[in-house]
Design a protein around this ligand. Sequence first.
Ligand code: GLN
Length: 475
Amino acid sequence: MKSYSNFAHIQHDLHSGVVSCHSLIEHHLSKIDAKKHLNVFLSVYEEESLLRAKEIDQKLKNGKAGKLAGLVVGLKDVLCYKNHPLQAGSKILDGFTSQFNATAVQKLIDEDAIIIGRQNCDEFAMGSSNENSAFGPVLNDIDNTRVPGGSSGGSAVAVMADMCQVSIGSDTGGSVRQPAAFCGVIGLKPTYSRVSRHGLVAYGSSFDCIGIFSKSLEDNALVLEVIAGSDEHDSTVSQTKVPHYLQELNQPEKKFRVAYMSDALHSPALQPEIKTAIENTIDQLKSRGHLVEPIEFSLNEFVLPTYYILATAEASSNLSRFDGVRYGYRSPNTTDLESMYKKSRAEGFGKEVQRRILLGTFVLSARYYDAYYNKAQKVRRLIRNQLKEVLSKYDVIIMPTTPTTAFKLGTHSDNPVEMYLADLFSVQANVAGLPAISIPSGVDKTGLPIGIQIMADDFEESKLFQFSKILSNLV
Ligand code: GLN
């Protein structure tokens, strides 16, 4: 079977009888099987997805199928799928099974999407290379000696290698956009609160967003349309009406006012080919009549530290629930209650997660709270205000998604700060709560994909999609 880059073509072929949901599942299962060495899936729901495919084929015949009938979806191992294992890439959740569906997952199922499996990721979504998973790293399908990015590495590779049509991941500081850039696919982080977080394993709750990996903008828009919206189980989710993203994506092209951050472009950390890709994009946009101007963003150097102070603080609090009592792993070598807590957490959590819990606990401690946590909250507000001001004058901001293309496995393993720098351009949108997307924009001289990132104002995902379409037609 051929690979589909657009779900609309699948729907067309389903209706004309060229394919069935059953044959689509068989196709993706064979892709998963052929590339097991990439370590993308932690569970594959083989029989179950084939059965469900049959059911949906029947619904299609009866004209009763939902709007995602035939869409094969993979879930990052941080999303609850009822009666299925969930581990957040961690040993501490050994043996844990979800008792309910995440709201986003439920909405997909209600529209007849088929869930094919659970995808590998960095432990508790902490990482930028997928090397922090308790189940081993995921490999990049273009070059198996390179990382796929993180933390949603499995989800990105799954779409890239046609193991599913769409993946659902989570983006707290870039975990959808960064791996999307490393794997040459589209990755969307919606506005904070656009999609319910109910049933998403919490990392940094004021940053966490469910995001979407796809090959086409149309698929991304359609899935967002389905999973976004209000939810009684998440008090932070927005009540703002969900637009018809797919319809809005297909509006006639308009001229955009585009800002780009000149300091990001001149950053010494930026790989020269990525700089060239952005410069070419800028030139082409100008020649097509869009307004493109440089802006100074004076708070740039504070974005990464602000993120790593606040996200670790929230993580230290969120992860306190994994105590050996309520979920998953309990150390067998304990003598009393205290040693059970200590040993279960020391044996259950990996190194990076422990580092972040320690960091977060430190910045929240009575003596240092004002110097770190409180100050970072204030800086976060300033960053958001400054970006909002830019977005009152421009429709979108463009910048690189990542400083480099996919690096070799092990490159930053011994140096956490170096690894954190991989998030230099992606954490901004999360600190400010703004929507952002990464779209493929050519390759570097070794053939590795480059991602361009676009950011827009709150709830302006339609603008992101429309502008991405213009950019995709340039390259
Ligand atoms: N790489 C970032 C981190 O390790 C982002 C992770 C994420 O978005 N989940 O925190």
